[in-house]
Design a protein around this ligand. Structure first.
Ligand SMILES: NC(=O)c1ccc[n+]([C@@H]2O[C@H](COP(=O)([O-])OP(=O)(O)OC[C@H]3O[C@@H](n4cnc5c(N)ncnc54)[C@H](O)[C@@H]3O)[C@@H](O)[C@H]2O)c1
Length: 360
């Protein structure tokens, strides 16, 4: 593992994941700059997210603003860039695709152009990508003449949702593993995250910059803006249960997700920053297991003594049925395994949500 020093620029560094990494980064680098526009949907009080270390400097600007990049990079030449800034609403990205594409795709290309234009090409860029690049992912037939074959069912059509046929019949889903499963996004957000990966890979190859990509599963924990209705399902469930209300769960409650606590994610990204041999394939980051959303909702309801969750049969375009990471590549290539299970993790989240009185 490298002992880092020099300058790290963290785009989106004032957000949920950036704030959770900030102390570790400030301990690791001589100087850390968070390039962040303090987006009002994430920062309604115009302050960095909880846990942000004051040793990290905030450079308040939009990543799509080329002149802002020039202003920063004229004197600040980064050794490492950690690229976190993004529009992250999966559902929202369908109706606000321009905003998502502008920030996630054009924001990334604006950053890359600025790095070359200002002779500020770093040694390594680490991207926080997403499980959303897989869409519905790969499934394997369990019955019939094709039993055992792996296939890509693609996005679930509206007719399937309307028939409440939630799973692809006669098949089982596979764990997400970038070395084995091809990306096939099923949301605009997923398309933009895959575009970020491709832009970085091609640019990094040309300029001999190491590109480390982590594909994160569902991150939760203290610091995730409870006021943002578009992300953070666990914070939302806590808020509802805290108020003694019934949590509503989509589809049949059997949707699988891999919930990983923020502390583990911060550690995994730092490993990607510091590992000697930067992996050339994206690495999937998850908790090592999955929960059904119904079971997760029950756990949260029971923590608060709230009524049992209601399974609503509602659905949303862009939601995928099952998602969880194969933990093996992260263990082998980054020496990373998640340490906190959901029982302990949800308890930590609930204690924090309870302190967020202005949102409850
Ligand atoms: N949290 C998750 O569950 C999760 C899962 C998969 C991937 N990711 C990825 O991790 C990264 C960080 O996510 P997060 O959970 O910390 O999100 P977040 O919304 O808390 O943080 C994003 C930060 O980026 C900033 N930002 C947004 N648009 C910007 C712009 N145009 N210019 C400058 N700054 C801008 C925001 O102000 C915010 O501080 C994102 O790229 C996201 O796609 C997150």
């Amino acid at each position: 593992m490298r002992t880092s020093q020099g300058l790290a620029i963290v785009t989106g560094g004032a957000g949920f994941i950036g704030a959770a990494m900030s102390s570790r980064l400030a301990d690791t680098f001589d100087r850390v700059i968070a390039f962040d526009n303090l987006h009002p949907q994430i920062h309604p009080d115009h302050r960095p997210s909880d846990g942000f270390d004051p040793r990290v400097e905030v450079f308040e600007a939009d990543i799509t603003d080329a002149t802002a990049w020039d202003r920063l990079l004229r004197d600040a030449k980064p050794d490492v860039v950690i690229h976190l800034a993004a529009e992250t609403g999966t559902g929202q990205s369908l109706t606000e695709s321009t905003r998502h594409t502008m920030v996630n795709v054009v924001g990334t290309s604006t950053m890359l152009d600025a790095l070359t234009r200002n002779d500020a090409v770093p040694q390594r860029i680490v991207l926080a990508s997403s499980r959303a690049v897989y869409g519905e992912g790969a499934w394997r037939y369990t019955t019939g003449p094709q039993a055992g074959d792996v296939y890509y069912p693609g996005p679930r059509p509206t007719s399937m949702f309307e028939a409440k046929q939630w799973d692809f019949p006669g098949a089982e889903p596979l764990a997400m593993n970038a070395a084995l499963v091809q990306p096939r996004p099923a949301s605009v957000y997923g398309v933009t995250k895959l575009a970020q990966e491709d832009l970085l890979r091609i640019w990094g190859d040309a300029f001999r910059v190491e590109i480390g990509i982590v594909r994160l599963q569902n991150v939760y924990g203290p610091g995730q803006t409870p006021s943002n209705p578009y992300t953070g399902i666990m914070s939302l469930f806590c808020r509802v249960a805290h108020n003694g209300e019934q949590i509503s769960v989509y589809e049949d409650g059997e949707v699988r997700r891999d919930f990983i606590i923020i502390d583990d994610v911060a550690l995994a990204i730092l490993r990607m920053v510091q590992v000697d041999d930067c992996p050339t394939v994206p690495i999937d980051i998850g908790s090592g297991s999955f929960q059904t959303v119904g079971a997760a909702a029950e756990l949260i309801a029971s923590l608060y003594g709230a009524p049992a969750p209601q399974i609503t049969g509602q659905w949303r375009h862009g939601d995928v049925r099952h998602a969880w990471a194969d933990p093996e590549p992260a263990r082998r290539l980054l020496g990373f395994s998640a340490e906190v299970g959901v029982d302990e993790g949800f308890r930590r989240l609930a204690s924090w949500v309870d302190t967020q009185t202005s949102y409850l």
